[in-house]
Unconditional design. Structure first.
Length: 243
């Protein structure tokens, strides 16, 4: 069975993500021929340039867990919206933050991934600086594993749920969120800067299960890397940021 979908969510937060996501919508319209679900919260519109938006005031139910508000469990809503799509029979699921847009169809990257998970190396950011002590303990990790694990992007990833390893990792992400691993917490380690919630946990689990991250270049920050001299090439599938 092959049933792919792109999922995203936007609301007004630190920035106006409802406005920022317009670039994503237009890129999906251009490069994607399958289903999509663009959730928006407290928006005054249900479509943009012919692309349908799902206006919600709370996150929909799913078969496995109750999604808590973002202020209670940061970014758990991503897992909830993905699980809702799993419940509806989708097999190849991409999560894209509202700050991400397509430059080509992403299915090739997911299909060519080593174990059915498309994820990217967050170049220039070390996991050891972005994971709390509490999270490390909850997911049964340690500093050695954290120092070895490359940090992944939390706002752009894909799962092929026809693969058992994808199902296992996703279920472990849900379990970690329920145990508090996504929650805001800190560390006295000198290198620690901030906890990065879901992406901190994903980074450890992807490393633990041998998920090979795609290099930076497949995803690019719009400014400065989408301009000459194109330090990281011009083969990207995803673009992060405003333009």
């Amino acid at each position: 069975m092959f049933k792919p979908i792109i999922i995203s969510f936007a609301s007004k937060g630190r920035e106006d993500y409802l406005k920022m996501s317009e670039k994503l919508y237009l890129s999906v319209k251009e490069y994607w021929k399958y289903d999509y679900r663009f959730y928006v919260m407290n928006s005054n519109r249900n479509e943009f340039e012919g692309m349908q938006l799902i206006n919600i005031s709370e996150f929909p139910n799913n078969s496995k867990f109750k999604v808590e508000s973002h202020d209670k469990i940061p970014y758990q809503f991503k897992l909830g919206l993905i699980q809702t799509a799993i419940d509806d029979g989708y097999t190849h699921i991409f999560w894209l933050d509202s700050s991400i847009s397509l430059n080509k169809c992403p299915l090739k990257l997911l299909n060519q991934s080593n174990k059915g998970i498309m994820a990217f190396h967050n170049l220039g950011h070390e996991l050891k600086s972005y994971i709390s002590d509490n999270c490390i303990e909850i997911i049964n990790s340690n500093i050695k594993e954290v120092n070895s694990a490359p940090k992944t992007w939390g706002g752009c990833f894909g799962f092929d749920f026809t693969k058992d390893i994808s199902k296992q990792i996703f279920n472990e992400l849900i379990d970690a969120s329920l145990k508090g691993a996504f929650n805001e917490s800190g560390s006295n380690r000198l290198e620690f800067k901030a906890h990065r919630h879901d992406q901190s946990v994903m980074s450890v689990l992807f490393y633990r299960y041998g998920i090979v991250l795609y290099n930076y270049g497949h995803i690019l920050c719009y400014n400065p890397h989408c301009f000459e001299p194109y330090e990281y090439g011009q083969y990207n599938t995803f673009i992060y940021g405003k333009n």
